[in-house]
Design a protein around this ligand. Structure first.
Ligand SMILES: [Zn+2]
Length: 258
């Protein structure tokens, strides 16, 4: 089975106990064919690059997450560091970047916009796709995307409407679904899943967060992406194997992996 978990955070402290590298090795041997590591700041960007050097089918993203952009005193130096890291050979995307207006103590929308804007420009300069985090910020995220027509990427753990997805797809973008689609209360989101064209849909865990049903409440890892894929295939009325092959093909196309 050729699953591609397109969004993971194996640097997270929750993996201290399991032994993160043993876990990744085991997952790549038995559960999934490909893993992409998302970063949230300079330190985690270095983690994804170091991990990519250890495992042939683990690929890296580098970037500064909207909730982490308050960590820096020198904004331009922070972006320069990401640019330097992005030139590493197994870096396949800038991410995760975007807007998070959910938490009150997040960096201000202005600060978030500075980092989002600069990293979209960086993606264009380096011809890399982006991985977007959009929480309670659909309008602002869409405006940013429209201002950068030469950049494509994926909206990860998608939570927007079918209309927004349609606009993104028209512009060459991809939509990734996490375990949230397996949750009982996600009826609106479940209705979006079948509307995405077959060649633009991806699956992810966002581990260690967002464990899909029936593993909800347990620590998530890439081995559980199969539950999300199975749910998406069911919602779309297609076979599981065909869906898995298609989503893996899509991820490889977006991230430029042969
Ligand atoms: Zn993430």
């Amino acid at each position: 089975m050729k699953l591609f978990d397109t969004h993971t955070h194996y640097d997270d402290d929750k993996f201290n106990e399991t032994g993160r590298f043993e876990l990744i090795e085991n997952l790549l041997a038995n559960e999934v064919d490909y893993i992409l590591g998302a970063a949230v700041n300079g330190e985690t960007s270095r983690f994804t690059i170091e991990t990519a050097a250890k495992f042939s089918n683990y690929y890296a993203a580098v970037g500064i997450h909207p909730q982490n952009c308050g960590e820096y005193s020198d904004r331009d130096a922070a972006i320069c560091e990401i640019e330097a890291l992005a030139k590493s050979p197994k870096v396949k995307a800038i991410g995760e970047i975007g807007f998070d207006f959910y938490w009150e103590d997040n960096p201000s929308p202005e600060v978030q916009a500075f980092y989002f804007e600069k990293q979209m420009a960086l993606a264009e300069k380096l011809s890399l796709p982006v991985i977007i985090h959009d929480r309670e910020a659909h309008g602002a995220t869409m405006d940013m995307i429209l201002r950068h027509p030469n950049v494509i990427g994926v909206l990860h753990s998608y939570s927007g409407s079918a209309e927004m997805a349609k606009e993104l797809i028209k512009r060459g973008w991809y939509i990734s679904f996490s375990g949230v689609i397996t949750y009982k209360n996600a009826t609106r989101l479940a209705e979006v899943v079948p509307t995405i064209p077959a060649d633009r849909i991806l699956v992810e865990t966002d581990c260690p967060y967002l464990s899909p049903v029936p593993m909800r409440g347990k620590m998530n890892h890439s081995g559980y992406v199969k539950y999300t894929a199975a749910k998406a295939a069911e919602l779309r009325g297609v076979g599981y194997e065909d869906f898995v092959n298609q989503t893996t093909e899509n991820a490889k196309r977006l991230f430029g992996i042969d």
